[in-house]
Design a protein around this ligand. Sequence first.
Ligand code: FAD
Length: 416
Amino acid sequence: MALSEAGTGDLNARVVIVGAGHAGGSAAAFLRQYGHVGPIVLIGEEPLLPYQRPPLSKAWLKGEADADSLQLKPSSWYEEAGVSLRLGGVVVSINRGAKTVSLASGETLPYDYLILATGARARALPIPGADLSGVLSLRTAADAEALKAALGPGKRLAVIGGGYVGLEAAASARALGGHVMIIEREPRVLARVACETLSTFFQDYHGARGVAFELDAGVAGFEGENGHVTGVRFTDGRVVACDVALVGVGAIPNEELARDAGLECANGVVVDIEARTADPFVFAIGDLTHRPLPIYGRQFRLESVPNALEQAKQAASAIAGKAMPPHEIPWFWSDQYDLKLQIAGLPFDADRQVVRGDVAAAKFAVFHLKGDLVQAVEAVNAPPEFMAGKQLIAKRTPVSIEKLADPTISMKEVAA
Ligand code: FAD
C-alpha cells in the first residue's frame, strides 16, 4: 500500500538507507526519534560513521577536527538504537519490483521503504595531468587528510575554482603559512553562487591576506615530475608552480543508482516537496535531490546541511507517520578567516539589491528583492540581518527599501 493511501506510516517497516552521510545518518536518527521500531539498515561506501563535511575545508585542514570529533552520533548510539551499519558497503543496484538492494559484496537486502542519500561527488577536470599525485579534490575525510598533509608553511597551493570550498581551503592554507593562488574561469570568484558585491568583498579580503588570483583564466593541464604535480598550465601557455593543486569546480549528484532503477533524474533525483520520488516506497534526500522550492516556484538542487536535515526529517516523518515538519527557507553558511557568511533564500527573479551596513568594516548584508519582497539575503558578520531576512523571506512580508538600507533602523522595524 502506498504511503499516500495509508495516510499514516508503518513503525515496524524495514527501512534501508543508502548513503551514510549527513542526510542518511540523520534520517536514521530521526526515524528512531519519531518512534520507528522496525529494522533500519544504513549502508555507506565510506569506512566512517556518518560525519559532518563542512569542517573538512575549515577546522580539519588546520588540525582542529578529525573523524571522531565530526561524527554525527558516537558508535555506541547505532548499537543502542538498533541501527545496523554496513560501512564500506556499496549498493550497486535497486530492484524496485522485488523491493531489494544489492551490494557489491553480493549481498541482497530487502526493504519496505528505501531512502536514497548517496549525495554528490567532486566534479573532476578532464585535462592532462589530472591524475598526477598532488592533484586533489575535497569531498571526504580521506580527501581532507590528503590535502592537510600537503599544506604547511611555505607550501604552494593552487586552487582551481573560486567557489566556497576553494575559498575556505585557501583561508585554511593561509592560516597554516602556505602560499595560495586561486584560479577561476569566470571574471569573479563565487560567480555562480553569490552577487557581485560579495564576490568583490571576498576577493579583496583574501587578497589582503596574501592570496593571489588568476581570474578569467583557462586551465589547460597540470605539469608534473616523477608522477607528482609541479604546476598548473594555463590555456595561454603560462605555468604557475605549485606543490599541491585542489580542484574545487563543483559537485555532481550520485544519481546513477536511482536512474538505473528507473527513477526520474534531472541533475539529481526528482522528488516532491516531501522528499518522495514517484515510487511511494522510495525517498531521496540531501545533495542527491532535485527538489521543489515552494516560495520560488522552481525545482533546484541544493548542497547544504540544512537541506539534508530538512529532507531527512521529511522522509523519516512520512515513514513513521508523523506530521510533516514545516517547510524551511533554504540557507547556507561559509566560514573564512574571521568572517561568517550566512545566506538565506535564493535570489531568483530579484530586480534590485539593497546593501545594508558597512562593507569596508566586513559587517554588512546584501538583500535581494523582487519589488518589495525579500527573495534572499547574504549576510557577512551580520546575524541579525540574516535571521530577520530569513523571516521576511518566509513570511513574504513587504519591506520599506529606505528603512532596509538604513542600518540605524532596526531590522524589527524594517519587518514591521
Ligand atoms: P554526503 O554527505 O555526500 O553523503 C553521501 C554518502 O553516500 C557518502 O558517504 C557516499 O560515499 C555515500 N554513497 C554514495 N553512493 C553510494 C552507494 N552506491 N552505496 C553506498 N554509499 C554510497 N554545507 C553547508 O551547509 N555549509 C558549509 O559550510 C558546507 N561546507 C562544505 C565543505 C565541504 C568541503 C564539502 C564537501 C561540503 C560542504 N557543505 C556545506 C555541503 C554539505 O556537507 C552537504 O550538503 C552534505 O554533506 C550533504 O549530505 P548528503 O548526505 O546528502 O551527502
